[in-house]
Ligand binder design. Sequence first.
Ligand code: NAD
Length: 357
Amino acid sequence: MHEHDSIFEQMVDRGHERICFHHDEETGLKAIVAIHSTALGNALGGTRRWYYESEEDAIFDVLRLSKGMTYKAAVSGLPMGGAKSVILLPHRDTARTESEARAMGRFVDTFGGAYIAAEDVGVDIQYIDWMAMETDHVMGGEKVSTGGDPSPWTALGTFHGMRAALLQSGRIDDFSGITVAIQGVGHVGQNLCRLLSEAGAKLVIADINKANIDMMVDQFDCDVAHHDDILKTECDILAPCALGNVIDGTMVQHLRCSILCGASNNILGDPEEDAVALKNTGIVYAPDFVVNAGGLIHLAGLHLGMTPEQLQLKNDEIFDTTVRILENGNGASSTYAAAVNLAKQRIAGGETQCHAN
Ligand code: NAD
């Protein structure tokens, strides 16, 4: 499976239902929606605004991310499928505009609800509300659509995943004296700093954005590592919360953590191989699509009509799901394989645990 395979080869290999390209003449918007699966229901997944070096990179990204959403929804017990969209920016620093967002909203509307958009990298609450001026099939805004910023929920779920991993690595569910290294203190990383600090963890943080570092140092007792060194920092838990693809087979040898548990999507370059390497090295890996599902659970749960109490319970379930997957990982080739197995079982059996009305 490679970004240079043909689009159909990639779709067939990953099991995608639909990939749709759109060009809006008026704004110049170029976007792709990939629907991986609607087997369990309509598919909710973020819209990423990103400058890609090539169209192949964008297609590779949207296909990989959308498949991850199918697994994420399924392991979380949501009656939802998996999809994602990307906007291909003409330049790295192309500013977001209302007209671009509204063009994207019109594109999303053409799916009639089979695809429901939300925030991802480069898309904020305002952008979502602009999209929502053109479609009802978007979540995560505040004024025109509902849901708000999902990142506090993503951070909470990742925190639950860390608790489960501490238990699985033979410790107790207690963060006092535990060092957590966080790569990227943006929306999710900042919320994670707060939760971990309240729980008594020692923090080591890194970010390429100095303003974010300064904000965290002002608020919390934390050490700062250089962003080139953070992954190799000695710690109990390493939490990549920046971008994906940060750990491959070579990097595994340099890790000095006992647990890998972060919010980034696609932390591992090749999850099938790299998760086995992690297991062989004795590092407990809490699969990203299991622990970072809190934001999806929140927005999908609202979409499905869950109450605040049901939403909280569903987020708390990330702890139990992670425990189950880490235990299953002992009898599987890796915890990643165990997580994929659980997702596939739920998709095949239509097994979801939704408390929605
Ligand atoms: P964000 O853009 O708000 O924050 C990312 C942070 O990482 C930024 O502060 C950025 O400066 C920093 N960063 C980028 N490259 C870096 C590097 N090489 N080293 C150190 N820092 C670096 O994004 P976010 O919403 O916090 O999401 C973080 C990750 O979690 C993303 O991969 C995203 O796809 C994933 N995720 C987010 C959510 C959510 O609810 N926001 C849900 C699921 C998954």
